[in-house]
Design a binder for this molecule. Structure first.
Ligand code: ZN
Ligand code: ZN
Length: 312
């Protein structure tokens, strides 16, 4: 297998693009493509301030690396979730994120959830009604709330996350299996800013997971290999495996599944009631001021409230 650009021995073969590249050209190709996606989906402009949510994993650190290489003004946000246990997941991911920021002289904001609210994610999920046995839902809720809060408080124009194609295709697959039209309506590379929510973008949404692994390794990025010890639901992993099987026999199937969905959605061809979203009554939460459709407090503040009652 030879590099399409220089003929040297290829190190990454992308069957879905019928293209192989050497390490050097692959490391150039990824940012070029990212730039193309940023423009294609109108994610952000050169003069906008970007906040990258970094977890210490390969995707978010690579995203930060790519945006900085492309010359964007991108700062990092690390959320300390207090998930430690056997593998020291949080301390290790924090250390790797810190090192990356220092090595490249980048600005990193760190918010420790326990320091901020008095509970780590595992404790919060144990004592609040939401999380009995499923800290991932408490974790997801907390992350969304905090990322939006920090972006708003620090005046960032846009929030960027490192979701790759495998993540997006698995979510799409799950939502399609259940025809969750509300979720389908909201899934995409860009979620516009609305009712006090920051614009959210996923610049890596068209890259396969293995491409991101290859990029992180080729760039010498040190990242945390361990999955969160609570691991996202087994269902998500099962969807990813199913899609990988499909991809193995039909290279490009995963990409086509996602891209055709985006095209159908954009052309209004999905049979979804478009006015459904307008039916929600969005207003600011009485405590934190972030938008919510719940009567008084947003779900995050209600969860904290509950946690306080239980722990007193
Ligand atoms: Zn080459
Ligand atoms: Zn709130």
């Amino acid at each position: 297998m030879k590099c399409k650009k220089c003929g040297a021995r290829a190190s990454v073969n992308m069957r879905q693009h019928r293209m192989a590249l050497c390490k050097e050209h692959f490391v150039e190709w990824i940012p070029e493509q990212t730039e193309r996606f940023i423009k294609k989906y109108n994610m952000f402009a050169r003069d906008e301030k970007i906040l990258v949510a970094v977890s210490g994993g390969k995707d978010s650190l690579s995203l930060w690396d790519i945006l900085v290489r492309l010359g964007y003004q991108a700062d990092g946000l690390y959320l300390g979730l207090g998930i430690d246990g056997g593998v020291q997941y949080s301390s290790e991911s924090h250390r790797l994120t810190d090192e990356f920021a220092k090595r490249h002289n980048l600005k990193l904001h760190v918010v420790d959830i326990e320091g901020e609210y008095g509970y780590s994610i595992p404790v919060l999920s144990d004592i609040s009604h939401r999380g009995k046995g499923k800290p991932c839902s408490v974790c997801g809720l907390t992350k969304r709330h905090e990322m939006n809060r920090i972006a708003r408080d620090l005046g960032y124009d846009v929030l960027a996350t490192g979701h790759n194609l495998d993540d997006e295709a698995a979510v799409l697959f799950g939502n399609t299996l259940q025809w969750s039209s509300d979720y389908l309506l909201r899934q995409g590379p860009v979620l516009p800013s609305k009712d006090g929510l920051a614009r959210k973008v996923k610049p890596l949404c068209r890259f396969y997971e293995r491409e991101m692994t290859a990029y992180a390794i080729a760039r010498g990025i040190e990242y945390i290999y361990d999955e969160c010890p609570y691991a996202e639901g087994a269902t998500q992993i099962f969807y990813k495996e199913t899609l990988n099987q499909l991809e193995n026999s039909r290279p490009g199937a995963k990409l086509t599944f996602y891209l055709r969905f985006l095209e159908a959605r954009q052309s209004g061809n999905l049979f979804i009631e478009k006015d459904r979203e307008a039916a929600y009554n969005i207003h600011p939460c009485e405590r934190c001021g972030q938008p919510t459709s719940a009567p008084e407090l947003c779900s995050f503040c209600r969860m904290l409230e509950k946690a306080k009652t239980v722990s007193e």
